[in-house]
Design a protein around this ligand. Structure first.
Ligand code: 13P
Length: 256
């Protein structure tokens, strides 16, 4: 089986300022000095990509963003293109976050288009999937995750997941302090990997599946003991350098 290097990514969401961006990155560089064995990425608001790019110069921490548009250029007010993200050295691009699916009515098909433009541009899609609390209680977790993955497979083929990242983020666990248990998350991660393996074992073996939803410095290590949890997409705890660094180090140790 392919050896997957874990990836821990911080999704800053709608938080920060120029000064905060510089300060947090300086803190992360100090905290993570000499830590290998885990890929690290941060997605500040696009507004601060310039400050982030400058502060990250010479560091192993990769830059990302929280969204991208499907259009490459032209009359699309307020949107951000793949070329613009590349211009700032961004690599890992979050798409399909539940907050965008909910507040901006993004559909599975629209998100699959975003996946396609990212692949075309040589950027790494971080595809967020996951069920709501009601769907979870109705026993629909697998159905929802399969549908969200299949939208990409149907549009682009399973090979599109080569070099891509999936973040399983149960909506009921996001920002609630109520993380999925390691066993609960592992069961869904295994389902997702098996679902992709049904089309291609090789693609399934290499795809990074992160867990997201109330990951913090106290619960990360136990989540990473699970074989199909390849890292985390971290919201709140990514806004504090010491907590985020504990999560990264826990992944490096667990997957060594
Ligand atoms: P929290 O870590 O704040 O629960 O957010 C998770 C998330 O949505 C990351 O994309």
């Amino acid at each position: 089986m392919a050896v997957r290097k874990p990836l821990v990514m911080g999704n800053w969401k709608l938080n920060g300022s120029k000064a905060f961006t510089k300060e947090l990155i300086e803190g992360l560089k100090k905290e993570l000095q000499g830590v290998t064995g885990c890929g690290v990425a941060i997605a500040p608001p696009v507004m601060y990509l310039a400050e982030a790019e400058a502060a990250l110069a010479g560091s192993e921490i990769a830059l990302g963003s929280q969204n991208v548009d499907i259009n490459l250029q032209g009359a699309f007010t307020g949107d951000i293109s793949t070329a613009m993200l590349k211009d700032f050295g961004a690599k890992y691009i979050i798409i399909g976050h539940s907050e965008r699916r909910t507040y901006h009515k993004e559909s599975d098909e629209f998100i699959a288009k975003k996946f396609g433009v990212l692949k075309e541009a040589g950027l790494v899609p971080v595809l967020c999937i996951g069920e709501s609390e009601a769907e979870n209680e109705a026993g629909k977790t697998q159905e929802v995750c399969a549908r969200q993955i299949d939208a990409v497979i149907n549009a682009l083929g399973v090979e599109a997941f080569n070099g891509a990242v999936i973040a399983y983020e149960p909506i009921w666990a996001i920002g609630t302090g109520k993380s999925a248990t390691p066993a609960q998350a592992q069961a869904v991660h295994k389902f997702i990997r098996d679902h992709i393996a049904a089309k291609s074992q090789a693609v399934a073996d290499q795809v990074i599946i992160q867990y997201g939803g109330s990951v913090n410095d106290a619960n990360a290590a136990e989540l990473f003991t699970q074989p199909d949890i390849d890292g985390a997409l971290v919201g709140g705890a990514s806004l504090k350098a010491p907590a985020f660094a504990v999560i990264v180090k826990a992944a490096a140790v667990a997957k060594a």
